[in-house]
Design a protein. Structure first.
Length: 193
């Protein structure tokens, strides 16, 4: 293979990788348009509320968010079964609580900055959201997972979701066991269903 052929093949492989996944900003925008349409309704059916839960959460990589919500040493010390239970209950808790705070997702207008990439598989999508004249800045920290962009953190006005959970869980784990933490999360998920 000549040098030119090698460069051409390398370019084509790189190009196919870059275009194989949807742009991370498009992933966020597409969900937001559908979400805003639903939120403008004066009343929502049970089916529409469930759809909102799905819209708010289907773009998240809950396993990575759960992992980043614990100290590395805590995560590595757990059995695979305990981690699976933790991730499942954590996802339920986040999913249910996000749908209860719909007001924070309302927007009159949204402007997106250009996507910031870190390597080939990490990106940050920053959105400036205005609602009733007040601006909030949302930053979606995303990773490429199985050819799809998934968020693992949402930073709202400099407050990181992952960091917030990490601080809360760290405080709990100073006096309780990992299984106690799972129970607390399960109870919280049950409360918000």
């Amino acid at each position: 293979m000549t040098k030119i052929q090698f460069i051409t093949v390398t370019f084509l492989i790189s190009a196919s990788f870059l275009f194989s996944a949807e742009n991370p900003a498009h992933v966020v925008k597409k969900k937001d348009v559908e979400l805003q349409t639903l939120l403008k309704k004066s009343s929502l059916s049970k089916k529409e509320k469930e759809h909102i839960k799905n819209l708010l959460n289907e773009s998240f990589d809950f396993k990575l968010l759960a992992q980043k919500s614990l100290a590395t040493s805590i995560w590595k010390a757990q059995s695979e079964a305990d981690l699976d239970t933790f991730v499942n209950q954590f996802q339920r808790m986040v999913r249910n609580s996000s749908a209860r705070k719909l007001e924070m997702y309302r927007a009159d207008s949204t402007v997106y900055e250009e996507v910031k990439y870190k390597g080939k598989d990490e990106a940050r999508v920053v959105a400036h959201v205005w609602y009733k004249g007040k601006e909030s800045v949302l930053e979606y920290r995303m990773s490429l997972v199985a050819d799809a962009w998934k968020a693992w953190d949402l930073v709202i006005d400099d407050l990181s979701t992952a960091r917030n959970y990490k601080e809360q869980f760290s405080t709990i784990l100073k006096t309780k066991t990992f299984n106690d933490l799972i129970k607390i999360i399960r109870d919280k998920a049950n409360e918000t269903e």
